[in-house]
Design a protein around this ligand. Structure first.
Ligand code: ADP
Ligand code: MG
Length: 407
């Protein structure tokens, strides 16, 4: 939301606004039937012109949600006031129809629906007044063809809704595209960094670990020291694990050969492997799979991807709960769903997935999801996460189905 408003072309905005303000002041003083008699009507009109002018001038400076709501209310009051004050200027009715268009410019969904609702309510009230009280006295042009005017009003609101819908959808798509580019850029940079740093660190670590293993077997050290050595070796093992994971991220630099991967077989072998891991924690993996599906990828990487995601699902689940995996083929794509009923994630947590070292676990590396995003991107797939805090998570992995040997 914020991006577009900060990109307002100020020069263009102010020149348009100045023209609008001049027209409002001309309307107030030139040829105005009420301007020669100083009454409440002209005062209200004048005050509203000043308020609306202030809002338009201040908007680029403050750009707050509150100011947008105030602007919407002031604009609505202004256009309805001139409609009621100058009943012979029939064209004022056009402005009433166009009021919600203003919130289209703000790209604010809730404000748009609010103004659409408010506008319908006000027009309904005014038309009822015209039918029941006015009876062709002050607003003859509306009363004479009430049905036609109502239809025109509804039609104009439908058109505005359609314009808003199209603009909003396009904007959302652009936003998503921008996010994806940012994400892949982040992955690329981290991959390059990983390759450079990991190699440099791995060698000294191996040397230190080798010496520690030697000392551990050396009888001249007492048992207390040896306990420290094995602790140090454990920590070095963890460091090595992180580095190996990092190195696997750096791989996309090289072209890996793709093969025809049987998703069913891979899922079965991964499930068997993880079921033994799951038994330790009392988790069970349920695999629902129909026909055989094939994708063009690397078996090892697909396994790595599935292991990471299924392990996350198991780690998020309560003791005794199962993780369900289903696979299906639809419209040329293979979808693998990993469903858990575990702790779930908030929207912010989902957005952080894939960020290096983002982990909420005490012994997590925070690299698993990053590797997963990397692997799916490599084979033109995608990961979609649907999660609710406290309820569970469904991770959907999508890959294009292989041309040959489809389901
Ligand atoms: P790690 O598993 O090492 O913590 P990941 O990148 O695999 O790193 O996951 C990052 C974080 O995302 C996890 O720490 C966890 O908080 C969250 N997460 C991932 N998958 C799930 C899931 N299925 N349910 C709840 N939280 C999850
Ligand atoms: Mg993980």
């Amino acid at each position: 939301m914020i991006i577009k408003h900060s990109n307002i072309n100020l020069k263009l905005y102010y020149s348009t606004v100045v023209v609008g303000i001049i027209i409002m002041f001309i309307g107030l003083f030139v040829g105005n039937s009420r301007s020669h008699q100083f009454n409440l009507g002209i005062i209200v009109h004048g005050v509203l012109v000043v308020c609306f002018t202030l809002c338009l001038i201040l908007y680029p400076i403050y750009k707050s949600q509150l100011l947008r709501i105030v602007m919407m209310i002031v604009a609505t009051t202004y256009f309805y006031t001139i409609f009621l004050l100058y009943p012979y200027t029939w064209s004022n009715f056009i402005f009433l129809c166009l009021i919600p268009a203003m919130s289209i410019l703000f790209f604010d969904k809730r404000l748009f629906y609010f103004s659409l609702f408010l506008n319908a309510l006000l027009v309904f009230s005014i038309f009822s007044y015209i039918i029941l009280v006015d009876q062709e006295e002050v607003f003859p042009y509306i009363a004479k063809d009430m049905v036609g005017n109502v239809i025109n009003f509804i039609g104009s609101q439908v058109i505005l809704f359609y314009i808003f819908y199209l603009t909003y959808r396009r904007l959302k798509k652009q936003e998503l595209y921008y996010e994806q580019i940012k994400h892949s850029e982040r992955l690329k940079t981290t991959g390059q960094l990983a390759a450079a740093v990991a190699h440099e660190i791995r060698n000294p670590l191996t040397v230190v670990k080798g010496f520690l293993q030697l000392y551990e077997r050396d009888p001249s050290y007492n048992e207390d020291n040896k306990r420290h050595f094995s602790l140090m070796i454990n920590e070095l093992d963890t460091a090595e694990k992180v580095i190996s994971q990092f190195l696997s991220i750096a791989k996309p630099e090289k072209e890996t050969e793709t093969e025809l991967v049987n998703v069913k077989l891979v899922l079965q072998s991964v499930t068997d492997l993880l079921n033994s891991y799951g038994h330790l924690h009392d988790h069970n993996i349920i695999l629902n799979m129909g026909e055989e599906c094939y994708i063009d990828a690397s078996t090892i990487e697909l396994k790595q991807l599935l292991i990471n995601i299924i392990k996350n699902a198991m780690e998020a689940s309560k003791l005794g709960d199962s993780v369900e995996i289903t696979a299906e083929s639809k419209n040329g794509f293979i979808y693998i769903h990993v469903i858990d009923t575990g702790e779930g994630m908030t929207k912010e947590e989902i957005d952080s997935l894939g960020t290096p070292f983002y982990s909420l676990k005490s012994r997590g590396t925070g690299l698993g999801m990053m590797i997963c995003f990397n692997i799916v991107a490599k084979y033109k797939g995608a990961i979609d996460i649907d999660s609710e805090k406290g309820k569970g998570t469904t991770v959907t992995i999508r890959f294009p189905a292989a041309k040959e040997g489809n389901c």
